[in-house]
Ligand binder design. Structure first.
Ligand SMILES: [Fe+2]
Length: 292
């Protein structure tokens, strides 16, 4: 008479067979990834004692994530973001190391076709919000200026929307410029405002069911590239913002939190621009690139 092994032993035996099924994958890396995935997946399933109803709900959830994803909306990246997976991959692969500006998530609103502006130009291009003057210097980790570094910036307007969400094909709140011979840059944009990640889909439902906010801490996106240096993808975060500690995609790093200063009323703009009495702010954000 054969006695059925206890349930836990059967579970372990199944997990081991799944791991072993990938042993013949000819690519070492693929074999390593699939075997580790199998081990962790089965450890999760057995640890939480997943019910069949929960398994079906998970399949339905992932199906919904796929169905809402198209050329303009990437719900899988959003899911990766709110699970902290995007930020963890960045953290694992952060080669820049000591002295370089910290990196953070790229986010879903980078387009790569931002209009080129002159130094001192305005990227707002009609996007509503309070003007903010951004300036700084791009250097390497030894403090040497990186002349001609290419800087692309993009941001949400004061209503929390990016230009791609206007739905009319306009480009606003994004621009590309080049640092001068001393690595200096400056441009007008907007004072950053917190905004929610798209939360009308399955990822939004996940956040709501968990009592989590979809809000991102107020920020301005940067990518900075220069020959012989590692490219940098980062944000400037606004000091004092109420969502710094609860950023929905875990993107905040302390080193990126920056003062946004409001000068006394009537202070002339740094470049003499006539702001018609409107309030404005300014921020200094120096950027350090790692050798590449
Ligand atoms: Fe953003």
């Amino acid at each position: 008479v054969r006695v059925a092994p206890p349930a836990r032993a059967r579970e372990r035996e199944l997990a081991e067979r799944v791991v072993a099924s990938f042993a013949g994958a000819p690519d070492d890396r693929l074999r390593h990834l699939l075997q580790a995935l199998s081990r962790h997946l089965h450890a999760f399933l057995t640890e939480v004692r997943l019910t069949e109803a929960e398994w079906r709900a998970a399949i339905d959830f992932l199906t919904d994530v796929g169905h809402i994803t198209d050329d303009r909306r990437q719900e899988f990246i959003l899911l990766s973001d709110v699970l902290g997976a995007s930020m963890q991959v960045i953290t694992i692969n952060d080669e820049a190391g000591d002295g370089a500006t910290d990196s953070t998530v790229l986010g879903p609103f980078f387009l790569g076709d931002a209009p080129v502006i002159e130094r001192g130009g305005d990227i707002a291009a009609g996007a509503p919000g309070e003007p903010c003057w951004y300036s700084g210097q791009v250097t390497d980790t030894r403090g040497t200026p990186v002349a001609g570094a290419e800087i692309e910036v993009w941001m949400a307007d004061e209503t929390g929307r990016y230009d791609v969400q206007y739905g009319d094909g306009r480009r606003a709140g994004r621009g590309r410029l080049f640092a001068d011979e001393a690595g200096r840059y400056a441009f007008w944009a907007l004072t950053p405002t917190p905004y929610p990640i798209p939360h009308d889909g399955p990822v939004g439902a996940l956040l709501a069911a968990s009592g989590r906010s979809p809000m991102r801490a107020a920020h301005l996106h940067f990518t900075v590239t220069a020959a012989r240096h590692l490219p940098l993808t980062t944000h400037l975060f606004r000091r004092g913002d109420e969502f710094l500690a609860s950023d929905s995609v875990f993107g905040v790093k302390d080193s990126l939190v920056t003062d946004i200063r409001h000068p006394p009323a009537g202070t002339p703009a740094p470049d003499g621009r006539d702001l018609a009495g409107a309030t404005w702010s300014s921020a200094r954000f120096d950027i350090v690139l790692a050798p590449g």
